[in-house]
Design a protein around this ligand. Structure first.
Ligand SMILES: Nc1nc2c(c(=O)[nH]1)N[C@H]1C(S)=C(S)[C@@H](COP(=O)(O)OP(=O)(O)OC[C@H]3O[C@@H](n4cnc5c(=O)[nH]c(N)nc54)[C@H](O)[C@@H]3O)O[C@H]1N2
Ligand SMILES: Nc1nc2c(c(=O)[nH]1)N[C@H]1C(S)=C(S)[C@@H](COP(=O)(O)OP(=O)(O)OC[C@H]3O[C@@H](n4cnc5c(=O)[nH]c(N)nc54)[C@H](O)[C@@H]3O)O[C@H]1N2
Ligand SMILES: [Mo]
Length: 765
């Protein structure tokens, strides 16, 4: 590796495969030549690499260094003291041993949720989980994701494995060839399918939508933003009041039933519980028919359009797709379930290009063929701790040790956590109600963070260890739904004293007496060789070209064979439900679930239902906030990079609102505005847009939390992080998923002295 020679070397990120090299002292990044629609997010790298936001050396919070571990509200408020690696590792190894020996590994929260980086070996979660298992005997883990908190729990009850419904179902190829109508709930924005964990080498979504539209596929976008489908789809836009899709789907289902357009044979042969659901739909059960007129009152779409949409769906090959966003909200289980019921009534589940593909287009994994050979990950060892939390219950856990909570039919208790360890995630990005999260983090004895840059999470830590960016190490990128394995060559020297997470954990393991168990005697290159062997051996087994590790590394990439586009278990089930039952309790699609009904949750009954949200616009907070994924970065990663920084105005994140809502508040294009509700407030720069429906404002996630005065209890975020506003509550007792997509708030013109944005400045030493 050299930073001088001008050679372009292969590398990969979650947002694309690329080549990079040094020209005239600057890093130059070029997308992979085979990528038809590369992501602009790639261009965050050059500016980010040596940015002042990077962490140069190990740091310890002054109060922790001087007084030792213990609860403290000084986190995020106090200065750091730079220390040597030797001292940092000795302090941390000592603290880990103290907590393990006096409280046990069940006092360590190592959930460490987050996307980390694309390489499979240096994948930070894999590293930290392996380390905690080997060095401490385990840790309290988290289950599910912020992405799919509700759907990951409900889908296995009603259809089968989450992966079968998302990753091995309807492909873009099938849509181009077969689909007549795509009902796209929440859209399929190509900025979202720009990314896939582990990497994506070809961005095919825009081209597929263009090809399908050219053949005659009709796209209907149901959502609050007009630009959630690309121009190429030629979509009709049906603006819908956020959080009301279940009502719309019920209205469509009622129309199908009333007009005899439902597939009674499919409901009889492939589903269970239609007889329990139909009385709810017709109103026989509760006196309220869920007809189009009723639905219209809730969702704001005229009844005539709802009826017509139902007829249109019954008249052609129809695919229902649904963004993750709909279930990242109160009662998020309901639209996921109701969409399955609607697709079942249409009788098209399992047909090429028809039925239901949950999350298609939300991430680039979906709508693709699966690879025919595996890609290995780092072995995790065994976690000896049974306690876990649904991932988005982290503040609840830290604030309420011992308190009971419900999850998927179980009654569990929150563990008593003394030490929190994070590597590869940013809770000050992903979690809701950040001011509450700060109070939660103040409760623990020690917060440890490995980070490459000074995120708010790093600023709130007691021990901050500087981690390399993927550009500064070697790795292998790949994902089960992408046909390219990439040899990620090292492109730059580590920044400052930054180390790989692997090296940090190896150093700690050695001090804790388990160095060999952690490393198994391998260096990083040794592990890459070891992990690659799984793929190579599988290729050889299939009788295909199986290059050696050296050849792979030299070539920079390896094309992987793919499985046939066979529709997965849903197709097999459709064709022969007796021979190929679904892995649900009934072996069928569960329109009514005895299991879920048996849990007795009023917030998730035995069949899909309209459960009105409680966090809705009201006096004082009359607008909906849609806090969706950012177009110019992945979450909070490299917020300080070129593409992300260029999207800001006057240094702030941009909030979009309808000109009508802006005019009513005296807000003009480019004004700095203050978004606020009962939980918090942030600043952002206003952009007026008719692509946002009236009554809605849209502020993407990812701007780093930047408290005006960190000593305040509820400080103003001057940069535009929407999670100071969102509510920290579970989707329901079933899944306890994250509800960060939507909340209610007010927006006003900001007239005070404009505070500076300091999010990317290192904290005071
Ligand atoms: N309001 C609201 N909130 C949301 C959402 C929403 O829709 N609305 N969406 C949610 C969703 S779907 C998700 S998935 C989450 C995402 O939440 P996260 O996955 O936590 O967000 P990232 O910014 O990807 O955080 C990854 C962090 O890991 C660091 N990192 C990267 N590589 C490495 C490495 O090799 N080593 C170490 N030590 N660190 C590394 C990065 O610098 C970054 O700070 O956010 C959720 N939050
Ligand atoms: N560029 C980029 N791409 C990403 C990510 C990123 O950070 N950056 N993150 C990735 C990750 S981890 C995930 S999980 C996925 C997330 O995928 P999604 O959750 O699907 O993505 P979002 O952008 O949050 O939401 C999509 C759209 O849903 C619409 N929407 C919100 N509420 C409602 C509603 O109640 N009803 C309807 N009909 N529509 C609604 C909004 O208009 C929003 O723009 O994105 C992935 N893709
Ligand atoms: Mo996600």
């Amino acid at each position: 590796m050299t930073e001088q020679d001008g050679a372009m070397r292969p590398h990969a990120a979650h947002w694309g495969a690329f080549r990079a090299g040094w020209q005239n002292g600057a890093l130059v990044v070029e997308p992979h030549p085979a990528d038809p629609d590369p992501s602009p997010i790639l261009q965050n790298f050059p500016e980010a690499l040596r940015h002042r936001a990077r962490i140069a050396q190990p740091m310890v919070r002054r109060g922790w260094l001087e007084h030792g571990p213990g609860p403290s509200t000084a986190r995020g408020r106090e200065a750091f003291v730079p220390v040597s690696w030797e001292k940092a590792l000795a302090l941390l190894a000592g603290e880990l041993a103290r907590v393990r020996d006096s409280h046990g590994p069940q006092a360590v929260f190592g959930g460490s949720y987050g996307w980390a980086s694309a390489g499979r070996f240096h994948h930070a979660q894999s590293q930290i989980h392996r380390f905690l298992n080997i060095a401490l005997g385990g840790y309290v883990r988290s289950v599910n994701s912020y992405s799919a908190g509700a759907s990951a729990v409900i889908i296995p009850h009603i259809l089968g494995p989450f992966e079968a419904v998302t990753r091995r179902n309807v492909t873009w190829e099938q849509i181009v060839g077969h689909t007549g109508l795509v009902l796209s709930f929440g859209g399929m924005a190509v900025k979202n399918s720009a990314v896939a964990s582990g990497g994506v080498s070809r961005h095919v979504e825009r081209g597929a939508m263009a090809a399908a539209a050219a053949r005659g596929t009709r796209f209907v976008l149901i959502g609050p933003l007009k630009d959630d489908l690309p121009e190429e789809a030629g979509a009709e836009w049906l603006p819908i009041t956020p959080g009301t899709d279940t009502a719309l789907m019920l209205g469509m289902a009622h129309t199908l039933l009333a007009e005899g357009l439902h597939d009674t044979a499919f409901l009889a042969t492939h589903c269970t519980g239609w007889d329990r659901f139909a009385p709810y739909l017709t109103g026989a059960a509760d006196g309220q028919p869920k007809d189009a007129a009723w639905a219209s009152v809730h969702c704001g779409i005229p009844a005539g359009r709802i009826r017509q949409l139902a007829r249109d769906a019954a008249g052609t090959r129809t695919l229902i797709s649904m963004a993750h966003s709909l279930q990242r909200a109160e009662h998020g289980e309901q639209p996921v379930w109701m969409a399955a019921v609607l697709a079942a009534m249409l009788g098209q589940i399992g047909l090429p290009g028809g039925g239901y593909n949950y999350a298609l287009g939300a991430i680039a994994h979906y709508g693709k063929r699966a690879n025919a050979v595996p890609i290995a990950g780092l072995p995790q060892g065994r976690n000896g701790v049974r306690d876990f939390i649904p991932v988005a219950r982290v503040s609840d856990m830290l604030l309420n040790p011992g308190a009971p909570f419900d999850y998927n039919g179980q009654r569990l208790a929150y563990p008593d956590i003394k030490l929190v360890y994070w590597a590869g995630g940013n809770p000050f990005h992903h979690h809701q109600d950040i001011n509450r999260l700060r109070r939660a983090f103040a409760r623990v004895d020690t917060l440890v963070v490995h980070e490459s840059a000074w995120t708010a999470t790093a600023r709130h830590a007691d021990i901050v260890l500087p981690a390399t960016l993927s550009l500064e190490r070697e790795d292998i990128a790949g994902s089960p739904n992408d046909p390219l394995l990439v040899a990620m060559h090292q492109l730059a020297k580590p920044f400052g004293e930054a180390r790989d997470d692997y090296a940090i954990f190896a150093g700690l393991a050695e001090r804790l007496g388990c160095g060999d168990a952690f490393t198994e005697g391998r260096d990083a290159r040794g592990w890459l060789r070891h992990l690659y062997e799984t793929t190579r051996a599988a290729l050889a087994e299939r009788g295909e070209a199986a290059p050696s590790f050296e050849e792979f590394w030299q070539d920079g990439e390896l094309a992987l064979p793919q499985a046939p586009d066979d529709g997965g278990i849903l197709r097999a089930f459709r064709e022969d439900p007796a021979a190929n039952p679904l892995p649900t309790p009934s072996g069928r699609i569960e329109i009514f679930s005895e299991t879920i009904a048996g849990f007795g949750y009023d917030d998730c009954p035995g069949h899909p239902a309209w459960l009105a949200p409680t966090d809705t616009p009201a006096p004082g907070a009359p607008l909906w906030l849609v806090a969706n994924q950012p177009a110019t970065r992945l979450h909070s990663q490299l917020d300080f990079g070129g593409t992300s920084a260029a999207s800001k105005r006057r240094g702030r994140e941009v909030v979009r609102l309808h000109p009508q809502d802006a005019a009513a508040r005296g807000i003009a294009e480019g004004d700095i505005v203050r978004l606020h509700n009962a939980r918090g407030a942030c600043l952002a720069a206003a952009a007026l847009s008719e692509a946002v429906m009236p009554g809605v404002v849209q502020l993407a996630t990812g701007a780093w939390y930047d408290p005006e005065d960190p000593n305040d209890e509820n400080p103003l975020c001057v940069h535009g992080n929407p999670n100071v506003l969102t509510r920290d509550m579970g989707t329901s007792r079933l899944a306890q998923g994250c509800t960060g997509q939507l909340t209610a708030l007010e927006v006003e013109k900001f007239t005070g002295n404009l505070p500076p944005v300091r999010a990317w400045d290192p904290p005071a030493g």
